[in-house]
Write a protein that binds this ligand. Structure first.
Ligand SMILES: O=C(O)CCC(=O)c1ccccc1C(=O)O
Ligand SMILES: [Mg+2]
Length: 320
């Protein structure tokens, strides 16, 4: 007998959490639970407002349609709704034992601008990620310079989320010593267009990583000068098969692949840590978003002190 249950969750985010210029108070999503005999599989379906094209209601409708097919003995049928396809396919992969248990829980710490807090946090870290583009480009450049100078073992990943014009990007780079730029592993999406980001990477020597660009129609994974990495956010991309295909293509093109968070619950994040150990071994993940939340969900992230909400606290919204 196959059984499927959908649960709805709401998790408060820490006050002041901003996603793409909006303040967000809470993260909402669905958990899918599949059961077949003694086997069980879970998945998370949580479109990210401001990033996903679909609403949670649209994702729920797509998951329910897919679950009815599965419940009646069918296989996975993709809907084209990325969060629905990701959540359902990863639940199936867990159910069938396709998703290995082994996980890589070492993730790159994610930092935002306050310099005093940054020094304390980053001392002794080999690699950290910092958001830039939220303040003046000159200030970002000075801060990156200061950090790389003061912490000689530190390497940085930067993420500008397409904030800069070519001139702003140049202002940033002007404040970072060319000799120190070698410790910038990459800068995600510096400019508003991929063309401008490519040009900036070549002129500054600071490699680009694609994130937003990889979700645009017509994007092709390819080796190109100045581009070193591809950020993969499964919740925004689609089914496990689509995620695997994208990772394989990028690896074949010589790009580093970084599995990254779409602000999933601890359940979704632990699955991404397993996905990374399986498909991108040796590439440090970008999963440090649990600290934006006030609680964990169903499965704990090792070392997190946040309270854990059990399945019993969840609201069941649908089953078949
Ligand atoms: O990738 C990471 O290290 C953390 C996740 C992150 O930066 C992020 C989280 C939610 C939405 C967008 C982004 C982003 O990479 O731009
Ligand atoms: Mg990014």
């Amino acid at each position: 007998m196959r059984r499927a249950t959908l649960y709805r969750y709401q998790l408060p985010l820490v006050p002041g959490t901003v996603l793409r210029d909006r303040r967000v108070a809470e993260r909402e999503g669905l958990l899918v639970q599949l059961r077949h005999g003694a086997a069980e599989g879970w998945g998370e379906v949580a479109p990210l407002p401001g990033f996903s094209a679909e609403t949670l209601a649209e994702a729920q409708a797509a998951v329910q349609a897919g679950l009815r097919v599965w419940q009646a003995g069918g296989g996975f049928s993709g809907s084209g709704v990325p969060s629905a396809d990701w959540g359902l396919s990863i639940a199936l992969a867990e159910l069938t034992g396709t998703l290995p248990e082994a996980a890589d829980f070492t993730t790159v710490p994610l930092c935002h601008g306050d310099p005093d807090a940054l020094f304390a946090r980053l001392a002794g870290q080999p690699l950290a990620k910092m958001k830039v583009g939220l303040y003046e480009a000159v200030r970002d450049g000075m801060l990156v310079q200061l950090l790389l100078e003061a912490l000689p073992d530190l390497h940085l990943r930067l993420d500008a989320n397409r904030s800069w014009t070519p001139e702003k990007a140049r202002q940033f780079a002007r404040y970072v010593d060319p000799a120190l730029r070698a410790r910038i592993a990459f800068l995600e999406e510096p400019c508003r267009t991929p063309q401008a980001s490519r040009a900036f990477a070549q002129e500054s020597g600071i490699p680009t990583a694609w994130d937003e660009s990889a979700r645009e129609a017509g994007f092709r994974v390819q080796a190109e000068p100045g581009v070193t990495a591809l950020v993969v956010k499964p919740m925004l991309l689609g089914s496990l098969a689509q995620v695997q295909a994208r990772i394989r293509e990028a690896q074949a093109a010589g790009l580093a692949v970084v599995i990254s968070s779409s602000v999933e619950s601890s359940l979704g994040l632990t699955q991404l840590a397993r996905l990374a150990a399986w498909l991108t071994p040796g590439s440090a993940t970008g999963l440090d978003t649990l600290s934006l939340m006030a609680a964990q969900l169903v499965r704990p992230w090792p070392g997190s002190a946040l309270p854990l909400r059990p399945v019993a606290d969840l609201q069941e919204v649908w089953s078949c």
